[in-house]
Design a protein around this ligand. Structure first.
Ligand SMILES: *Cc1c(COP(=O)(O)O)cnc(C)c1O
Length: 454
């Protein structure tokens, strides 16, 4: 029998440099993570290359259905709208649309993507601070919900609807004090100062604007459910006043997104799964606040949710490989991976769970995980306890479905493939990797720079 020779590594004396202790001790991985939805990680890497993103369609559907259930069992009228910026790969969006989700977009780029995916114009919510008059006209002609962010946009919209003599369905984004600081007051109209009410007055006074909804998006990765109770109450206060003053029924309250995923924030005392409230807890405070607010039965508004991160983070994995190991000057082990912050943008916020994809020894060590970029900030984990990883070993980074595939950057390296494992365990490429050709294709070379002699 042929046995592989064990690798020798010179012993090194090291200063203790452990991560922050908590009452559970430092965590480590106990078993390799070899399969995603029954598909072998090794096979996926052979097929799609390393690194690559893999998305579980089964997990998206399960997470989504669980969230919908949490709200629909507590409230009669609920609609989800998929937040495109969280992950706008078309195949991912279409899983949500198949599940019944509308589209929530924050730019004309995302708006166009939703239209091209086949979402009817009247099931698109158009948010965001940048909407040109041309953008507004498209949304108006498609009968989309326009969520006004500021007075300049409101005046544009009043002008446009008067020119076209066409009625726009509008809501305003409201910002408010929910007890969570810093306050997100740069978007929308402020509640406490009376600015929101001022915007409502202007809308109610204009001939071609129909006030259909009220919107807020109070933050992201919110850990305080009570903030949503405050938000739902403040929006309800506006809705009830609109009914009282103008005898106008508000069709919907849109509570935005912001629910956390089960990731661990950098420097957090407890791991994410142990500290985040469940979707049921958020649903409970939001629906109770609205149900108990005092609406007449026939005026109870539709409840819209634009939750992004919490719907997709769990379904995304990043598979990668070890490029090299080295010792830092203080003796700590450093492992260099073939993925870095260029494609794992959320490494700036999260301490991602990273698991070896093959059997490993019981010896673990505190180490630094670096990416492949020639740049000091390229740190995937600044301190993580893992078994020694050898060159060529594979790892799986968990819960990376949100924001990475939209905020990734083409810097130094090219962006990898994204694959989706369907509910039958078949895998499909849903986004090809970049090539030198796809990157240089939009570049143009002036005639005088075409040649040189070295
Ligand atoms: C980004 C965004 C969302 C989704 O936010 P999450 O924190 O990912 O749930 C929803 N609504 C608006 C307006 C957004 O900008």
């Amino acid at each position: 029998m042929k046995t592989e020779k064990l690798k020798y590594e010179r012993p090194a004396i090291r200063k203790m440099n452990t991560g922050l202790m908590n009452k559970f001790g430092t965590r480590t991985e106990y078993a390799p993570f070899t399969h995603i939805d029954g598909v072998s990680v090794k096979e996926l890497i052979n097929k799609y290359g390393s690194p690559c993103f893999v998305i579980s369609e089964r997990t998206i559907r399960k997470t989504y259905q669980n969230a919908v259930r949490a709200f629909k069992t507590r409230y009669p009228k609920v609609q989800f709208a998929w937040s495109y910026k969280t992950n706008y790969i078309d195949a991912v969006c279409n899983v949500f649309h198949q599940e019944g989700s509308w589209a929530e977009v924050v730019s004309i780029f995302e708006y166009t993507k939703a239209i091209e995916n086949g979402v009817p114009g009247n099931k698109i919510i158009f948010n965001g601070p940048e909407k040109t008059k041309a953008d507004l006209q498209i949304a108006l002609e498609n009968n989309s919900y326009i969520h006004v962010d500021h007075f300049d946009e409101l005046y544009d919209l009043i002008e446009l609807t008067q020119e076209l003599k066409k009625t726009a369905k509008v809501a305003i984004r409201v910002n408010m004090d929910t007890g969570v600081y810093p306050m997100w007051d740069r978007f929308g109209f402020n509640y406490e100062s009376g600015q929101a009410w001022n915007a409502i007055n202007k809308i109610m006074a204009s001939e071609y604007l129909e006030m259909v909804g009220l919107h807020c998006h109070i933050g992201t990765f919110m850990l305080d459910t009570n903030a949503y109770a405050i938000a739902a109450a403040k929006l309800s206060d506006l809705a009830v006043n609109i009914k009282y003053v103008f005898n106008k029924t508000i069709q919907y309250l849109d509570l935005g997104g912001g629910f956390p995923s089960a990731n661990t924030l950098r420097g957090a005392y407890l791991p994410g799964p142990d500290m985040i409230p469940s979707i049921d807890e958020f649903a409970e405070v939001i629906t109770n606040t609205i149900l108990n607010y005092g609406y007449k039965k026939e005026d109870l508004p539709l409840l819209i949710l634009e939750t992004g991160r919490a719907m997709i983070d769990d379904a995304g994995y990043l598979l990668g490989s070890v490029i090299a190991n080295k010792r830092l000057s203080d003796g700590r082990r450093a492992t260099i991976m073939d993925f870095g912050v260029n494609i794992l943008f959320t490494a700036f916020w999260y301490e991602h769970k990273i698991t070896p994809a093959q059997e490993f020894s019981s010896h673990t060590e505190d180490m630094v995980l670096y990416g492949p970029l020639c740049m000091n900030i390229d740190v995937v984990r600044s301190s993580v306890t893992l078994p020694a990883l050898n060159r060529g070993d594979h790892v799986v980074v968990h819960k990376v479905g949100a924001y990475n595939m939209t905020q990734w950057m083409q810097f130094i390296a090219m962006r990898p493939k994204v694959a989706l494992i369907d509910t039958n365990g078949e895998s499909h490429v849903i986004r090809e990797n970049e090539t030198v050709k796809t990157i240089t294709e939009p570049e143009r070379m002036p005639e005088h720079l075409k040649t040189f002699n070295l």
